[in-house]
Design a protein around this ligand. Structure first.
Ligand code: SAM
Length: 248
């Protein structure tokens, strides 16, 4: 997968080069490039913003540098297989695990990091004529810029790419994953030693009884979902619950 990030703070995206994503890049599974939007400005102050039409506080990112930037980073794409433009914005649709999985299927993602009051709307409308555009929010709060949202989204997408995780099974069991625990949050996890500061691991986990372990994990997932995200539990299709789920 190829990922391009356009921003006025390229250094903000440095974490994309470490840990899981850095290793994925080293393995050739992912190529990530960041681009400074100001390289597409031509005035002495390298201006990327201006006052909003209609008045009001704050500044709006100017259309022309964005249009030039998008043209440059998408120049080598085949018109028949355009990249997907991802625009982080609190006014977008929610970014979810399902959306991460959908984006992980695409070959080229271009992220446009807004700042100030956001990007002149005409940029997004013009881009939508030649490529799919996803306006996505990472949560119901307002950040100062799109960079932190891009770090979140790129990490969530990249760990779903084949070969990125050491054990692909682990993503199937995650909260929000479409695996055997679909619709439920993951329950608590434990590692060695079995006794730590007077606290024991739940005995079932060291019983060797795989059926009992699976049941315990599912009960824990149900209990945690009920406590922390009752909205998810309510949204579950009752058909996906078994008799023991109902009792839990
Ligand atoms: N005036 C905008 C609004 O209320 O919708 C907020 C602009 S915000 C200060 C500046 C930039 O931060 C946005 O253009 C977007 O790139 C990013 N941003 C802020 N909150 C975000 C969120 N919850 N999800 C994704 N991006 C966000």
């Amino acid at each position: 997968m190829r990922i391009d990030v356009i921003t006025i703070f390229p250094e903000y995206l440095e974490p994309l080069r470490v840990s899981l994503l850095g290793k994925a890049a080293d393995k050739g599974l992912l190529s990530i490039e960041t681009h400074d939007l100001r390289q597409w400005t031509y005035d002495v102050h390298r201006t990327v913003d201006d006052t909003p039409y209609g008045g009001g506080p704050g500044m709006v990112m100017k259309a022309e540098p964005w249009a030039l930037a998008l043209e440059a980073v998408t120049a080598s794409d085949d018109a028949a297989q355009p990249p997907t433009l991802v625009v982080p914005t609190p006014s977008g649709r929610p970014f979810t695990q399902a959306k991460a999985a959908e984006l992980a299927e695409r070959g080229h993602l271009v992220f446009a990091c807004g700042r100030y009051e956001g990007i002149d709307r005409r940029v997004i409308d013009a881009a939508a004529e030649t490529m799919p555009v996803e306006e996505l929010s990472i949560g119901d709060y307002v950040l100062a810029g799109g960079e932190a949202a891009v770090l979140v989204m790129v990490e969530a997408v990249a760990r779903l790419l084949p070969g990125v995780l050491g054990n692909a099974e682990s993503a199937r069991d995650d909260s929000f994953a479409d695996g055997p625990m679909a619709g439920l949050l993951e329950g608590p996890v434990y590692t060695k030693p079995s006794e730590w500061r007077g606290r024991s691991v739940p005995p079932v986990l060291i019983s060797g009884n795989h059926g009992a372990i699976a049941r315990w994990r599912r009960d824990q997932a149900l209990a945690r979902t009920a406590a922390n995200r009752p909205d998810l539990l309510r949204a579950l299709d009752p058909e996906t619950l078994d008799k023991k789920d109902r009792a839990a």
